[in-house]
Ligand binder design. Sequence first.
Ligand SMILES: Cc1cc2nc3c(=O)[nH]c(=O)nc-3n(C[C@H](O)[C@H](O)[C@H](O)COP(=O)(O)OP(=O)(O)OC[C@H]3O[C@@H](n4cnc5c(N)ncnc54)[C@H](O)[C@@H]3O)c2cc1C
Length: 424
Amino acid sequence: MSWDFETEPEFQKQLDWIEQFVREEVEPLDYVLGNPYDVRDPKRNVLVRPLQAEVKKRKLWACHLEPELGGQGYGQLKLALMNEILGRSRFAPIVFGCQAPDSGNAEILAKYGTPEQKKRFLQPLLDNEIVSAFSMTEPHGGADPKVFTTHAEMHGDNWVINGEKWFSSNANFASFLIVIAVTDPDAPPYQRQSAFLVPSDTPGVNLVRSVKVGVGETEGTHGYVRYQDAQVPKDHLLGQRGGGFEVAQTRLGGGRIHHAMRTIGQVRRAFDMICERVLSRTTQGSLLADKQMVQEKIADSWIELESFRLLVLRTAWRIDKYKDYRKVRKDISAVKALMPKVFHEVISRAIQLHGSLGVSDEMPFVEQLLESFVMGIADGPTEVHKVTLARQILRDYKGTTDLFPSRHVPKLREAAEKKYAGRI
Ligand SMILES: Cc1cc2nc3c(=O)[nH]c(=O)nc-3n(C[C@H](O)[C@H](O)[C@H](O)COP(=O)(O)OP(=O)(O)OC[C@H]3O[C@@H](n4cnc5c(N)ncnc54)[C@H](O)[C@@H]3O)c2cc1C
C-alpha cells in the first residue's frame, strides 16, 4: 500500500518556517508597497531584498529550478505544499523567487538562450534584478493561437517583428519579452510560429498602454504592445524556427498547476476569515455560526476546498511520478477547470457572510472575486480545459454497436439467468 497523506517531518519543518515567515514578514508588504514586479521602486527594494536574502540563506529560493540554476529542483508535490502558503500573499512569490512569468521565462532562456543572452538576461532574472514578460495573446484572439498574426521576417541577419500583442503582463517593468510570432505561415498550424527574445529597449517595441484589471489597481500592468519593425539579431530566435509552441510548452512545463497551488492558499485564507466572522457576529439572538444556513456555507466551503486541494496534490504527485505530460493532461485540465469555480464559490460566501463589510474595499473579497474570473481566463478559458478533459476521458471508453447499452438490465438479467441456469 502506498497511499499516504502525510508530509515528511523534515519538510514539514521547512513548511512551518515558511508559514511563519510569510505571515509575519511578507504579508505586511502587501499593505504598504505597490507592484511586486516593479524592480525600479526603491521602497520595494529596501523591504524586499533582505527578505529574499533570508529565503536564499534558508535554501528556499526558486525551488522550482534545478540546482544548476540556483534552485532546489523540488518536485511538484513539494512545490504544491509550499505554494499553498505563498498563495496567501501578493509579494510571497517574488520573495521566494518563483513568480510567473519569470519562472517559466527563465526555464526558456536556460534551455534555448546563448551564453551571452544567459549572462545578460538569465542571471539577472534569476536574481530578480530584472523581470520579464511573455507576449503571446493578441487583441483579436487569445484562446486560439491559430489566429495570431504578429509575424517575423528575416532581413539580412535580423528578424523583423511586426504586429500587436495584448495582455503581456508586466511589459511596463520588463527588461525583455519573449514574443511568439508567425515565421512560417504556410506550415501546419502548430508549426507556424516561433519564439523570440526581444529586449524591451529594442527600437520598435512600443507600449501602447498598460491595461488594468478591474477597478482596484492604481496602475495597469498588462501591456498592449505594438511591434513596429522591431529588429533582433538572428540568434534571438529561441529554439527551432516554427517551434514556438514547443518553447511555450517549456514555459508551462512545471508551472502548469502553480496557480492552482496558490489559489488553495487564497481560498483557505478566505475560509479562515469566514470561520472567524461567523463565530464573532451575533444577529437575532444567536451567533451566525449557530444558524443552519450559515453552517451549510461552512460545510460546502470546506468540502470544496479540501476536495480541490486533494485533486491538486494528487495531480502534483502524478506529474512527479510519470514525468510525462501526456499522462497527466487530464488531471491538469481538471485542476484548471475546478480552480476558478472553488475560488468563486468560497469568495462569494465570504462576501455574503461579511455583509456590508464583505462588499466594501476594507476587505479583500471583491478583488478576489474578480481574481476568480481571471483564473478562469488567463491560463486559457475554463471551457477549453473542460473540452480537453472530456476528450481525454472519452479516450478510455468505447461506444457499443448494440441497440441498447451494455449495462441494459434485461440483457444482464438474461446473461445472469443463463449463468446460474439449473442452480436457482
Ligand atoms: C490577468 C491576465 C494576465 C494575462 N497575462 C498574459 C501574459 O502575460 N501573456 C499573454 O500572452 N497573455 C496573457 N493573458 C491573456 C490570456 O492568455 C487570454 O486572456 C486567454 O488565452 C483568453 O484569450 P482572450 O482573452 O482573447 O479570450 P477569447 O479567446 O476571446 O475567449 C473569450 C471567451 O470565449 C469563450 N471561449 C473561448 N474558446 C472557447 C472554446 N473553445 N469553447 C467554448 N468557449 C470558448 C470563453 O468563455 C472565453 O473566456 C492574460 C490574461 C489575463 C486575464
